[in-house]
Design a protein around this ligand. Structure first.
Ligand SMILES: NC(=O)c1ccc[n+]([C@@H]2O[C@H](COP(=O)([O-])OP(=O)(O)OC[C@H]3O[C@@H](n4cnc5c(N)ncnc54)[C@H](O)[C@@H]3O)[C@@H](O)[C@H]2O)c1
Length: 265
């Protein structure tokens, strides 16, 4: 029997956007624990450097850099920094997003909100992938894993955010088609509701949401980190262009319909 090695990412250099907290942070910890050198980037410089320090304290290898994915120059600098620090770039994890509150009436959605949600959530991963691709090709085992959302596949509210997440599934496919022959895999993870600071102060809503999940709970950042690690690793070496739902079954099962039908007249 071949032993399963715990260090799937020994010798890998990985750049993660928006990794100061939440899903990005859990992913950074997971990949570092499996041997990767991780560049933790975030809009918030202190958040990124605190996260990198925590990874180093846990025995991992990490550096940090402030990077706003809306800024092409900052994105290119982050890619260059990863290559300079770790000598290569093997994996890009696109995790940054923007999600505006929906206006009560659709006709009141401001241009700036719509444009910002698309710019950060959809164009951000485009900018990062464009800057990283030559290095991922050079790696010979390059992979891009982008964080989408169940919002890209069904209505959970959030007009611009959801449209952007749906767009990421398309970008994943077109980029997979382009980059596959160059040796780079491209995949999307679509999380359901995950307990992060994005939901701070909304415990009652999370409790109501949990009741709708076939698996009886909402997700954790670690649930997503393990899926990202799988898709980034050689365990997924024949998987590209796909969307992996990590959603406790919410897209597959119509819980509301089942509950309505189960009610006694
Ligand atoms: N939490 C959920 O329920 C949930 C569900 C589905 C999908 N997702 C997706 O997971 C990813 C991470 O979500 P989370 O809940 O962990 O996030 P979070 O809100 O906890 O953290 C977001 C981080 O992004 C950083 N950031 C914000 N704007 C940025 C920018 N322009 N450039 C770089 N960094 C920026 C922030 O500083 C912060 O550290 C996102 O893509 C989100 O759409 C989350």
């Amino acid at each position: 029997m071949t032993p399963v090695t715990p260090a799937r990412f020994d010798g890998y250099s990985i750049l993660i956007t928006a990794a100061g907290q939440g899903i990005g942070a859990a992913t950074a910890h997971r990949l570092a624990a499996e041997g990767a050198s991780v560049l933790v980037t975030d809009l918030d410089a202190k958040r990124a450097s605190d996260r990198a320090a925590a990874i180093r304290e846990a025995g991992g290898t990490a550096d940090s850099l402030a990077c706003d994915v809306a800024d092409r120059t900052a994105v290119e600098a982050a890619v260059a920094h990863a290559v300079e620090s770790f000598g290569r770039l093997d994996v890009l994890v696109n995790n940054a997003y923007a999600a505006s509150e929906d206006a009560e009436l659709f006709e009141d959605v401001p241009d700036e909100q719509w444009e910002r949600d698309l710019d950060i959530t959809l164009s951000g991963p485009f900018r990062c992938a464009r800057a990283a691709l030559p290095h991922l090709v050079a790696s010979g085992r390059g992979a891009i894993v982008t964080i989408g959302s169940v919002n890209g596949e069904q209505d959970f509210g959030g007009h611009g955010y959801s449209a952007a997440k749906a767009g990421l599934a398309s970008l994943t496919r077109t980029l997979a088609g382009h980059a596959g022959p160059r040796g780079v895999r491209v995949n999307l993870v679509a999380p359901g509701t995950i307990r992060t600071d994005a939901w701070a102060g909304r415990d009652a809503e999370l409790e109501r949401a949990a009741a709708l999940y076939p698996l009886g709970r909402i997700g954790t950042p670690e649930d997503i980190a393990s899926a990202v690690a799988f898709l980034a690793s050689s365990d997924a070496s024949w998987i590209t262009g796909t969307t992996l739902r990590v959603d406790g079954g919410i897209l597959a099962v119509n819980t509301g319909f089942r509950q309505a039908m189960a009610q006694q007249p």
